[in-house]
Design a protein around this ligand. Structure first.
Ligand code: DLL
Length: 434
């Protein structure tokens, strides 16, 4: 399914011209309306008309999360408040929330991009979208909601939580498209099993999962357990919300970034240098159509790479590979950089483990300690103690080998790790702050 035949398949040379034009317009807009950007451009000696092509974007200074915090709540809005139709916000792990605003036109653009997203996953008119992303300040719920309506689908605004009731509604209302975090999808699968509901008896055909990192193994697990196709959706409040990038169901090989609205770059997080396609680094976005809250070279902290090869679906828009972590989520454990997603990959490759885990960090004397708590299957749990010990040792060895960090593994009984209803909490850091 395709929502916008022309723009999603635009030849890349035409796309580059469109981006350059829209970029200049956005720069003029923020220069005239946001003192923060005006000052930054002045300091850099930059004028919007200096930008002749998309490549010139590297002349523009970056914006980062701290800049947003420094202007909390509305200081970077580029329109007067009476033009702001909606506010959303995302809570980080530290500090104040990040607050974003939308004009009516922004909401319309967002709905259009979310309709594209749903179509890219194979949904269309006549589908029933069971939307279990949280409604409220979080962008997931309302983002999917407006997109589904724009697409001509039916939306069930169920939001997160009350899992047994969700399953009853899936059975009775016949949802065909499931939208929620991947960790909540697994939670749903597990509760279905407890309720003896056979997922193949449901009408579900595809799930659109994102808002947190997940792995290929987790995709396999969800597809098998729920008997659906599972595709990735990426987005962040600062740039818009969900619908910045979406994986097509035909390819399942990375998410197409809607480049007629966002310019994506990959940079070296240390030096700020732009990196070529294929190399991993930090993802940076510039919005080129937003009115209320444009962001210019915004450093997402998400680590990924871009792939510009034409996809099997024919879309010309670059694909971002899975986000393997955030540069600020990176854990430094006794000097070793570890991403929770690396540990997840190791765990998901081992038979007998459930995809539910938590990394618990602490400090003993001067030394950081890492305990990896992971659930085992019922079968493994009832196994002999010596086999469990053997499994624990094997996981410790594999983590040491792939992540270069020593840890202690604690095997947890089935359902021993708290389930999520939105974004999963993978890390518990009990280390004293320095
Ligand atoms: O999570 C928007 C969203 C809602 C995306 C629903 C997809 C579906 P924030 O709460 O601002 O917005 O969090 C954004 O979540 O910078 C990433 O670190 C992470 N994230 C989002 N999608 C993915 C994904 C929403 N598919 C932050 N894979 C981003 C990995 C993701 N991480």
């Amino acid at each position: 399914m395709v929502q916008n035949q022309k723009l999603e398949f635009l030849p890349r040379s035409e796309l580059a011209d469109l981006q350059a034009e829209r970029l200049r317009t956005t720069l003029r807009h923020v220069e005239s309306s946001v003192p923060f950007y005006r000052q930054k451009f002045r300091e850099a000696g930059l004028k919007p008309d200096d930008i002749k092509s998309v490549e010139d974007i590297s002349k523009i200074p970056f914006t980062n999360k701290q800049d947003l915090r420094d202007h909390y709540p509305f200081g970077l809005f580029a329109v007067p408040m009476d033009k702001v139709a909606r506010i959303h916000a995302s809570s980080g792990t530290t500090g104040k929330m990040t607050v974003v605003g939308y004009t009516l036109r922004d909401i319309d653009t967002w709905a259009e991009l979310m309709a594209r997203t749903l179509a890219c996953a194979g949904a269309g008119k006549g589908d029933i979208v069971h939307n279990a992303y949280g409604y409220g300040l979080f962008t997931g719920g309302l983002g999917v909601h407006y997109g589904a309506e724009k697409l001509g689908a039916t939306v069930i605004p169920i939001s997160g939580g009350l899992t047994k009731r969700q399953i009853m509604i899936l059975q009775d209302f016949g949802g065909t498209v499931l939208t929620c975090t991947p960790s909540y999808a697994l939670n749903l699968a597990e509760v279905m099993e407890e309720m003896k509901v056979d997922p193949s008896s449901l009408k579900l055909k595809v799930g659109i999962f994102g808002a947190e990192p997940w792995s290929e193994k987790m995709r396999e697990e969800i597809e098998r357990k729920l008997d659906i196709d599972a595709v990735d959706i990426y987005g962040l409040s600062e740039v818009m919300g969900p619908g910045v990038a979406q994986e097509c169901v035909e390819g399942k090989r990375g998410s197409h970034i809607f480049e007629d609205h966002f310019i994506a770059e990959i940079i070296d997080p240390e030096t700020g240098e732009q990196l070529p396609y294929g190399e991993r680094g930090e993802l940076v976005f510039t919005t080129i159509t937003k009115e209320a809250f444009p962001v210019i070279r915004y450093r997402t902290r998400d680590i990924t790479s871009l792939d510009a090869e034409t996809c099997v679906c024919g879309r010309t828009m670059v694909r971002m590979q899975r986000v393997t972590g955030r540069s600020d989520d990176m854990l430094i454990i006794r000097g070793v950089n570890v991403f929770p997603s690396q540990v997840e990959s190791v765990l998901m490759g081992i038979e007998g483990l459930e995809p539910h885990y938590q990394l618990v960090l602490d400090r003993l004397g001067q030394l950081d300690t890492l305990e990896v708590q992971v659930e085992v299957t019922e079968k493994v749990f009832s196994d002999e103690v010596k086999n469990l010990e053997h499994l624990g040792k094997r996981i410790e060895t594999d983590i040491k080998e792939y992540c270069a960090v020593t840890c202690k593994v604690k095997l947890v009984e089935p359902k021993g790790i708290q389930r999520s209803e939105g974004k999963a909490k993978r890390v518990v850091d009990n280390r004293p702050r320095q």
